[in-house]
Design a protein around this ligand. Structure first.
Ligand code: BES
Ligand code: MN
Ligand code: ZN
Length: 504
């Protein structure tokens, strides 16, 4: 996809489709919209005043230009009510618009900087959000559709038209960042949906190695003997039922000052979760190939961090294994010793995510980190609590949690704080070991986090339960059915904000 930022007038732009964002219930057209309307002899004001297009969020109307302007069509896209407008609505509108352009067989679209003329949005932020919307919205996984591949229509060009040189320069910057972030999120989507017969732990490790080579990161892959050496008994316990050897992936970005303490990101990398001996029911088990979404988000974030050359030290950790039943699998009642020395009674082998994270969180302590953030498709209970709309946020540091919440607002990858009072620890007390890996039905997402908290004592820590947000049953404005790539844009925003505030 070619991205361009030009200086000029939208009405003179020779793209197939010119996209115009329009607020709900506003009949008066201003700026570029008024110019286009005039060139089209009042066509836009007619469809608006006649009530055909009201500007409701994500409403679209494709109008023929009848050769009155160079573009073949004008696409009106609703931005919703002006007071409710936010950056993510722009992202959504452009995701929807780009898909509309593609579905109708057009190959290029152009747009001005909506909101910029009204002073609502910075041109850089607007251009970034529009670019992300287009690239995220047009995403699809095509590699397994052998027959249809040739007939697929693709959009080839997105042009942002800026009114003056200052806006143009800002938009160029925003568009460049938007491309890096959206491409990293799409990389995470591809990797997350990849079936478990291909995406094994070794495959994830090889992908991390390729990433390191292409993007200039440092990579270390730990194998089973090294895990034994480190006494990663919790991770090895989960892995022992699988024919596929586990891998522990370490990616490092050496930005910033050499003596800075790093920010460590940890992602759950279960390449397939059968539940193990505590076997899951068959229905929708195929979605458990997405149980590596956290690890894939960490890989995608590291890729973006490197591409953006962020001046901060970032370490990405991804424990990767299958969770399989079988003759060598761990059993309910088994007791394992984690890297930190804490012993864990495995009551339910399907609560495997917290086990592999226990060792990864223990490993993170060796970096004396500034903070640690883990992402995990950890609990079905989180999906029950928050649905697919927001990520569950837990942690031991309110300031860190608030930073993540704010990054969620900007990126549209919203997160919401959940309580983690000490009383919940009662539910995971074991009769035989230091802790057990399940806490019963009540507050399932919280007791999972309470378990992780025991392994994150040495530093400031936040946990993101992405079980609901990493996978969609049906597509949204810029989210596909299946893997969403959640976490990549959120964490990059968090890191950029961190760098900015640290400089003060
Ligand atoms: N990977 C699952 C959680 C999950 C469920 C993610 C649905 C995405 C969609 C996790 O390993 C799991 O199985 N959790 C159990 C924990 C229980 C045994 C305490 C769960 O949520 O049922
Ligand atoms: Mn499980
Ligand atoms: Zn799992």
């Amino acid at each position: 996809m070619e991205l361009a930022v030009k200086r000029g007038r939208l009405g003179l732009e020779p793209a197939d489709v010119v996209v115009l964002g329009q607020f709900e219930g506003e009949a008066a057209l201003a700026g570029e919209a008024a110019e286009l309307d005039k060139a089209l002899s009042g066509l836009l004001s007619d469809v608006i005043s006649e009530g055909e297009f009201r500007g409701k969020l994500l409403q679209v109307a494709m109008l023929p230009s009848r050769r009155a302007i160079p573009a073949k069509r004008v696409l009106l896209v609703g931005l919703g009510k002006r007071p409710e407008f936010a950056l993510d609505r722009l992202r959504q509108a452009f995701g929807k618009a780009a898909k509309e352009v593609r579905d109708r067989g057009f190959r290029s679209l152009a747009a001005g900087l909506p909101g910029a003329e009204a002073g609502v949005l910075e041109p850089a932020a607007a251009a970034q959000a529009m670019t992300e919307g287009v690239l995220l919205g047009l995403y699809r996984l095509t590699r397994y559709k052998t027959a249809e591949a040739e007939e697929l229509k693709e959009v080839e060009q997105f042009t942002i038209v800026a009114a003056d040189e200052v806006a143009q320069r800002a938009a160029e910057q925003g568009s460049g960042r938007g491309r890096i972030l959206a491409e990293a999120a799409n990389f995470t989507r591809d990797l997350t949906v990849l079936p478990a017969n291909e995406a094994t732990p070794s495959y994830l490790a090889r992908t991390a190695e390729e990433l390191a080579r292409s993007d200039g990161l440092t990579v270390t892959i730990l194998d089973v003997p090294q895990m034994r050496e480190l006494k990663m008994g919790a991770l090895l316990g989960v892995a022992q039922g699988s024919q596929q050897p586990p891998r522990f992936i370490v990616l490092e970005h050496e930005g910033g000052r050499p003596r800075d303490r790093p920010i460590v990101l940890v992602g759950k990398g279960i390449t397939f979760d059968t539940g193990g001996i505590s076997l899951k029911p068959a229905e929708r088990m195929e979605e458990m190939r997405g149980d590596k979404a956290g690890a894939c988000a960490v890989l995608g974030t590291m890729r973006a961090v490197a591409a953006l050359s962020l001046p901060v030290r970032v370490v990405g950790l991804a424990p990767a294994t299958e969770n399989m039943p079988g003759g060598t699998a761990q059993r309910p009642g088994d007791i394992v010793t984690s890297l930190s020395g804490l012993t864990i009674e495995v009551i339910n082998t399907d609560a495997e995510g917290r086990l592999i994270l226990a060792d990864a969180l223990g490993y993170a302590a060796r970096y004396d980190p500034e903070c640690v953030i883990d992402l995990a498709t950890l609990t079905g209970a989180c999906v029950i609590a928050l649905g697919h709309e927001v990520t569950g946020l837990f942690g031991n540091d309110p300031e860190l949690m608030d930073r993540l919440r704010r990054a969620g607002e900007v990126t549209g990858e919203r997160v919401w704080p959940m309580p983690l009072f000490d009383e919940y620890d009662e539910q995971i007390k074991s009769d035989f070991a230091d802790v057990k890996n399940v806490g019963g039905r009540p507050a399932g997402a919280i007791t999972a986090a309470a378990f992780l908290k025991k392994f994150a004592k040495a530093y400031r820590w936040a946990h993101l339960d992405i079980a609901g947000t990493s996978w969609m049953d049906k597509p949204r404005a810029y989210l596909p059915k299946g893997a969403t790539g959640v976490g990549v844009r959120l964490l990059c925003q968090f890191l950029e904000d961190w760098v900015r505030d640290r400089g003060r």
